[in-house]
Design a protein around this ligand. Structure first.
Ligand code: ADP
Ligand code: MG
Length: 231
């Protein structure tokens, strides 16, 4: 069973995975209330309005938009709620949007550049072991990365008897080119993400992008969570 982004993020968050925070809304008025509340809770100035449909590629289809003030929150929410969102992953008719996630802006400027990574956790059926697949090429369609730059996709297989090791978590942070605080934050992120996968009866986590913020935090900006149908 596929979950909406906001539901997937709730699961991640309950296991200590840092996520881009947000509040769900079903009308433009609710979106405005959500935006005000989110600013109180997080201090965010801008908001990202994100269509909640079971399909990726929402950004490309016009289902993810940045609002720089409350009027824009209302306008964008009015456009997105009720629209038929067509993305590379929907049929030609698209999917009707019933709710949006009003989310904090996590691309604020700061000390360093932001970077986007790709990370998924899944069962490798050929070995029967869980694996973490990750890439420096975040925010892009992973199939394209696999086709054009396969050397930028890495995998880490997890021995079920041992679990994810510190060595593996550090190798992931290293292969993603991180240093200092961001390196440490990434190892924590990976441990929390793997624990969430292991303990939630999920069959797939796909986080694209995982973001390194300009102040070196590591957070899940998007979340595709598939629950095991037999769980
Ligand atoms: P999808 O994968 O369905 O297109 P995402 O949640 O991954 O949806 O969002 C698409 C893109 O929108 C992200 O790759 C990211 O670059 C961009 N985005 C998300 N939040 C923000 C934000 N706060 N500011 C600017 N861009 C954002
Ligand atoms: Mg995404």
């Amino acid at each position: 069973m596929n979950l909406h982004e906001y539901q997937g993020k709730e699961i991640l968050s309950s296991f200590g995975v840092q996520v881009q925070r947000g509040i769900v809304a079903t009308t433009p008025e609710e979106a405005v209330e959500a935006a005000k509340k989110l600013t109180e809770q997080t201090g965010t100035g801008w908001h990202v309005i994100k269509a909640q449909v079971h399909a990726g590629g929402r950004g490309k289809g016009g289902g993810v938009k940045l609002a720089k003030n409350i009027n824009e929150v209302k306008d964008i929410a009015s456009q997105i709620i009720g629209m038929n969102l067509i993305t590379p992953q929907t049929s030609a008719e698209g999917k009707k949007v019933h709710q949006v996630l009003v989310a904090e802006d996590v691309y604020y400027p700061g000390e360093s550049e932001t970077s986007e990574f790709y990370m998924s956790v899944l069962l490798n059926r050929s070995t029967g072991k869980n694996m973490i697949m990750y890439s420096t090429e975040g925010g892009m369609d992973i199939e394209t990365v696999a086709e054009e730059t396969p050397h930028l996709i890495f995998t880490e297989e997890i021995d079920p008897g041992v679990g994810l090791t510190g060595f593996q978590a550090r190798r992931i942070a290293f292969n993603l080119g991180l240093e200092g605080k961001a390196f440490k934050e990434m190892t924590k992120f990976v441990f929390a993400l793997y624990k969430a996968y292991d303990q939630s009866d999920s069959s797939l986590f796909e986080i694209n992008p995982v973001l390194k913020t300009s102040d070196d935090k590591i957070i899940a900006v998007d979340a595709k969570v598939t629950l095991d149908d037999n769980a």
